[in-house]
Design a protein around this ligand. Structure first.
Ligand code: GLN
Length: 281
């Protein structure tokens, strides 16, 4: 079969599940990964034939996409803040709204002197690594409870040429952090089980639930604990940044006020949802 004809077969097969533009994007991504070709290479080689082996590889990708497996997990790569990250079943796929949080932190901390920064619940390491890459003044540490995530994050730091100190640790039973920081950031699990019906199959079936879900009765569990740890570990002018559940903006602000945080700013993401918070002591 000609590759050009396969492209039509591929996008037709995906038509019930994805719109045409998205199906085309998947084709282009697969073309890059499977053949090292860009879209123009097809135009330049209109008669290119698929070998039997390639045909099988393409069909395996197609079958995964028909199961709504995210393309980032199929090829193990995702892009965040202009950098490439390996992702596995142990790490979430970095989200665009998290890029907005990173941007906010960079804007506010780029012109400081040397700073020390901690990312709690780092996953693939995307926040910590994007910050280390863009804040040359920052010494960056990152914590995660998952050994699998830490392994991926360490490799991502190496691949992106930055230095981040990774620590495998469960913060919930931890009485205090061992160092002081100028900036503490976290995008902890925040989706309530009651929100599960809003979550698409591609997320629910493939992304790590420990990184996503919290108990309906205690959705701020991680925020509460991190705020308490940060209270003891932030330097005098230190700042705490969170990505938050869009439905829990005012609850999160109240919790921070109750823990005596000041100058609390709640910010919306580009979709207009309450998505991030900054607080100071
Ligand atoms: N924003 C993610 C989602 O919608 C959730 C990330 C998180 O729980 N920290 O799936």
């Amino acid at each position: 079969m000609k590759l050009k004809a396969y492209r039509d077969f591929f996008t037709d097969k995906l038509a019930p599940l994805y719109d045409r533009e998205e199906a085309n994007q998947f084709f282009v991504i697969a073309l890059q990964h499977l053949k090292g070709w860009s879209r123009t290479d097809i135009a330049l080689n209109p008669d290119a034939e698929l070998t039997k082996n390639e045909f099988e590889q393409w069909n395996a990708v197609l079958a995964d996409l028909e199961q709504q497996k995210p393309i980032q997990y199929i090829f193990g790569k995702a892009y965040f803040y202009g950098l490439e990250f390996t992702v596995t079943e142990n790490t979430l796929i970095p989200r665009p709204e998290t890029e907005e949080l990173v941007e906010w932190i960079i804007e506010e901390n780029a012109d400081k002197g040397k700073i020390k920064l901690l990312d709690i619940g780092t996953g693939s390491g995307c926040i910590a690594i994007a910050l280390a890459h863009n804040l040359k003044n920052a010494e960056v540490h990152a914590i995660d409870v998952s050994a699998g995530a830490i392994k991926v994050a360490k490799q991502n730091a190496i691949d992106n040429g930055v230095n981040v100190t990774f620590i495998e640790m469960d913060i919930l039973p931890t009485p205090s952090l061992s160092e002081e920081y100028d900036v503490i950031v976290s995008n902890p699990p925040y989706v309530r089980n009651l929100e599960k019906q809003e979550i698409k199959k591609n997320v629910l079936d493939y992304e790590p639930h420990t990184a996503l879900f919290v108990d309906d009765n205690n959705p701020l569990l991680f925020y509460d604990k991190i705020a308490a740890l940060a209270k003891e570990s932030l330097k005098p002018d230190g700042k705490l940044y969170f990505e938050i559940n869009q439905y829990l903006g005012s609850e999160t602000v109240t919790m921070l006020e109750e823990q005596d945080y000041k100058n609390i700013i709640l910010k919306k993401d580009l979709s207009g949802n309450d998505r991030m918070i900054k607080a100071e002591l």
